[in-house]
Design a protein around this ligand. Structure first.
Ligand code: GLN
Length: 453
């Protein structure tokens, strides 16, 4: 813990941590020492972790990296983080993310952008760490913690993991409790871990998962010991390669990476088959209706009364308006406007109901592949390696949204997806491959992921 606290201080220019909690970390580490001395202690005893600022932490400022939460200090702990502390983990601090987890580059955070510890060969240009969990990915890659938590609504764990050369998994919807996590789009949000290896990620996931009566969408089924799946044979597993992911203009280096992944799995005894997921092309447009719709509803609670910041006005309506005008950033406002529009009378059926129908079709595509015996689906995680800070999305937000093209379908279908480091770009930047599994079969993803990493 001392070594990590020192490393975190030294790496402040990366802006991965927005709040350091060294005193709490040392106290937790001391308690772990005492337990270990008595021969007790959990699976994560004394392991220092970073926590994405979307997780409520009791007595520790939680802001979702938005000005609207101000200096909000929760009086409660999220279920996922409380399970990590139950098993002995140590909290080093809170990690930066895109405001309310809306973004793919960590550039929408009220605390400023995060720097990716990787740089292209021969370049001094700073790159994004991915998003929205950019603080988590940067911190794990830069050795500023042994693991971190993330949330993934459309790719926010897998894409940053790919951009920084680490492992990240979005579990099946319902696997981890959402209680105490700041809500973005409740039907898509899932918590998951980041770590440097598949094995470490599996160990963290065993601690984070599990049924919680406080989240009605959390599923009451046993949590396997995921570490046992790491190293398991993948012989005979059927891996689907969806032809619709071969998008126009896919860079040659991504195509090559994907081929290498197929070769590695084949050499390990898996069977590769081409599959079709015909509704893939509708996933991104449908996501950008469903996610903003839910966000506009979830974010209605920030009214200047219940949480954090307030800007006075001549009457209560003016106070709401002033608070929300000053408290939300541009991307969040854009989502609220889109969401309010697609949910409004007259447009609801044309946009929102349609997007929900498309969502069912996307899910059905995967159901059919799994029914035909496919055990997991292999795709690239992202269409490119990490890009330069400030280079994308400022003129056209859709340019940024396109980054999620391979990841959003997984959230729309509620499936588990893992990103594992699988190679590097021509400029020496990390690239990731994504494996998508059957519902609640994260174990197969850990087994396959370990073969690829
Ligand atoms: N980049 C996507 C978005 O902005 C996904 C974000 C996420 O998974 N939280 O909505």
């Amino acid at each position: 813990t001392d070594a990590h606290v020192a490393a975190v201080e030294k790496a402040r220019p990366l802006n991965a941590y927005i709040l350091e909690t060294p005193d709490r970390a040392r106290a937790m580490a001391k308690a772990s020492d005492a337990k270990l001395a008595k021969g007790e202690g959990g699976a994560l005893e004394g392991i220092p972790l970073g926590i994405k600022d979307m997780f409520a932490t009791e007595g520790v400022r939680t802001t979702a990296c938005s000005k609207i939460l101000g200096e909000f200090v929760p009086t409660y702990e999220s279920t996922v983080t409380s399970q990590l502390w139950r098993d002995g983990a140590v909290m080093l601090g809170k990690l930066n993310n895109d405001e309310f987890a809306m973004g793919s580059s960590n550039e929408t955070s009220a605390f400023g952008n995060v720097i990716n510890p990787w740089r292209a060969k021969g370049s001094t240009e700073n790159l994004v760490p991915g998003g929205s969990s950019g603080g988590s990915s940067s911190a794990v890659a830069a050795r500023l913690c042994l693991g971190a938590t993330g949330t993934d609504t459309g790719g926010s764990i897998r894409q940053p993991a790919a951009f920084t050369g680490i492992v990240g998994i979005k579990p099946t919807y319902g696997r981890c409790s959402r209680w105490g996590i700041v809500a973005f789009a409740s039907s898509l949000d899932q918590a998951g871990p980041f770590a440097r290896t598949v094995r470490d990620t599996a160990i963290l996931m065993t601690s984070m998962a599990g049924h919680d009566p406080k989240d009605s969408t959390s599923v009451n089924i046993p949590v396997p010991d995921y570490e046992k799946a790491v190293g398991r044979s993948v012989k005979g597993l059927k891996i689907g390669v969806p032809k619709e992911y071969r998008v126009d203009g896919m860079p040659a280096e991504i195509e090559k990476l994907w081929q290498q992944g197929r070769d590695v799995l084949k050499a390990a005894g898996a069977e590769l088959v081409e599959i079709s997921l015909p509704h893939t092309k509708y996933a991104l447009p449908a996501y950008y209706i469903v996610a903003p719709a839910e966000a506009s509803s979830n974010l209605a609670r920030y009214d200047g009364v219940r949480y954090g910041a307030r800007v006075a006005g001549k009457d209560i309506t003016a106070m709401y308006e002033n608070t929300r005008a000053a408290g939300f950033g541009a991307e969040v406002k854009r989502r609220i406007m889109i969401g309010t529009y697609v949910l409004s009378a007259g447009y609801y059926d044309a946009y929102y109901v349609r997007a929900q129908k498309v969502r069912t079709l996307i899910k059905r595509d995967f159901d059919e592949a799994f029914a035909a015996g496919v055990d997991a689906v292999l795709t690239p995680t992202t269409p490119s390696p990490a890009f330069a800070i400030g280079s994308k999305g400022s003129a056209d937000p859709v340019e940024m949204y396109l980054n999620d093209i391979f990841t959003v379908t997984v959230n729309m279908a509620g499936l588990p997806g893992i990103s594992v480091p699988a190679g590097s770009s021509t400029e020496g930047l990390p690239l990731g491959l994504q494996l998508i599994g059957r519902p609640f079969d994260e174990e197969t993803l850990f087994a396959l992921g370990q073969v690829i990493e």
